[in-house]
Design a protein around this ligand. Structure first.
Ligand SMILES: Nc1ncnc2c1ncn2[C@@H]1O[C@H](COP(=O)(O)OP(=O)(O)O)[C@@H](O)[C@H]1O
Ligand SMILES: [Mg+2]
Length: 346
């Protein structure tokens, strides 16, 4: 007999079952480029998972293999428990993808594009119009649905592309650099849309070279470089591996001398306080490099109470994902990007 607790455990287990399972994936292109070099990872149902890495890291190659658009040289990949090589057609029914190139017809209206793709995707006619209405609302395109797509802004085209990818209610959505080339405002808007798609239960697999994007959207990240996963974890875990949090103290001082006096006072008062690894001057006060700021702040504040130290503001931040990339590869993503010339969509 299956008890209620047992059943609940089983459900919990099922909820955590991997939706994407990749084992030792390798892709060598003709000519010998090892674009993907032994990559393994799993993504659980409902997760928002990201590949973060510079241009040429192998992100597009990996995502195209998972979306059944490209065959691997070796290794295996399953999506929703289905092998991508053995049953690509079945996998395609479970997934949606929005790739670097927007795949909509510029001469048709937004709604016509959705109707066409919906029929191609065999969305039942009885459901299609309602589903289109829903997606137009989700992607904030209701008002522009009757305009020809050629007149859409870059952000609108991306949102329409996303809507087409979601028509058949895929379990997994693959997104290759979804906000590449968008201005900051459209990028922010698209982030919100992606978050709401994920909240509705869709498992997300995204690639990006924007660390802010990976940080904001992804619950878990694999940092990739030269065809390999360098390190994997939640953004917070990854940043902790870099070491210290930064605590910024803004001091209230009437004169530069007074500011300097307070700075030295802080140095003296924090002498021997182990969580503080380093103290640096900042324009309006000091920056403290602290091993676990959240835990250390109460004692920190207690120690700084008195002796004329007047703290105007205390803020803390964690190291960025760029600090993490630097720690594991010795390069920064920004530098890498700066060295790459824009060659258009491919
Ligand atoms: N069709 C192809 N033929 C040969 N080499 C390719 C092809 N596509 C990509 N590459 C190479 O494979 C490597 C990984 O590319 P890609 O997967 O596009 O990386 P990313 O998406 O991270 O920028 C790069 O060195 C790239 O030049
Ligand atoms: Mg790419």
């Amino acid at each position: 007999m299956v008890t209620e607790t047992q059943q609940r455990l089983d459900e919990t287990h099922a909820a955590a079952a991997p939706v994407i399972e990749v084992r030792e994936l390798v892709k060598v292109y003709k000519g010998g480029t090892r674009a993907v070099d032994g990559v393994s990872f799993t993504v659980a149902e409902g997760e928002f998972f990201g590949f973060l890495g510079p241009n040429g890291a192998g992100k597009t190659t990996t995502i195209r293999i998972l979306a059944t658009l490209l065959r691997p040289t070796s290794g295996s990949a399953k999506v929703s428990g289905i092998d991508v090589l053995a049953h690509p057609g079945e996998v395609r029914r479970e997934v949606g993808f929005a790739m670097q190139t927007v795949a909509v017809d510029p001469l048709a209206t937004g709604r016509e594009n959705l109707e066409l793709i919906g029929r191609l995707r065999r969305v039942p006619a009885s459901e299609l119009q309602g589903r289109i209405d829903e997606l137009l609302v989700l992607m904030k395109l209701t008002e522009s649905q009757k305009k020809v797509v050629g007149t859409y802004s870059g952000g609108m085209k991306r949102r329409l592309d996303l809507a087409t990818a979601l028509l058949h209610r895929p379990k997994v959505l693959f997104l290759d650099e979804p906000t590449e080339g968008l201005d900051p405002q459209s990028r922010n808007a698209l982030w919100e849309e992606l978050e709401s798609v994920n909240r509705s239960g869709t498992t997300m697999f995204l690639t990006t070279h924007y660390m802010e994007e990976a940080d904001r959207l992804c619950k878990r990240i694999a940092i990739v470089d030269e065809g390999k996963i360098v390190v994997e974890g939640t953004p917070a875990e990854l940043k902790r591996t870099v070491g210290n949090d930064v605590v910024e103290l803004q001091l209230e001082a009437d004169s530069p001398n007074e500011l300097e006096r307070q700075r030295s006072g802080i140095g003296r008062m924090l002498e021997g306080f182990e969580p503080v690894a380093e103290i640096k001057s900042s324009p309006a006060g000091v920056q403290l490099y602290v091993s676990d700021a959240a835990a250390a702040i109460p004692e920190l504040v207690r120690r700084l109470d008195g002796d004329g130290i007047r703290i105007g503001a205390l803020t803390m931040h964690q190291p960025s994902l760029d600090d993490v990339f630097m720690r594991y590869t010795g390069k920064t993503i920004r530098e890498e990007q700066a060295n790459v010339h824009f060659t258009g969509w491919y």
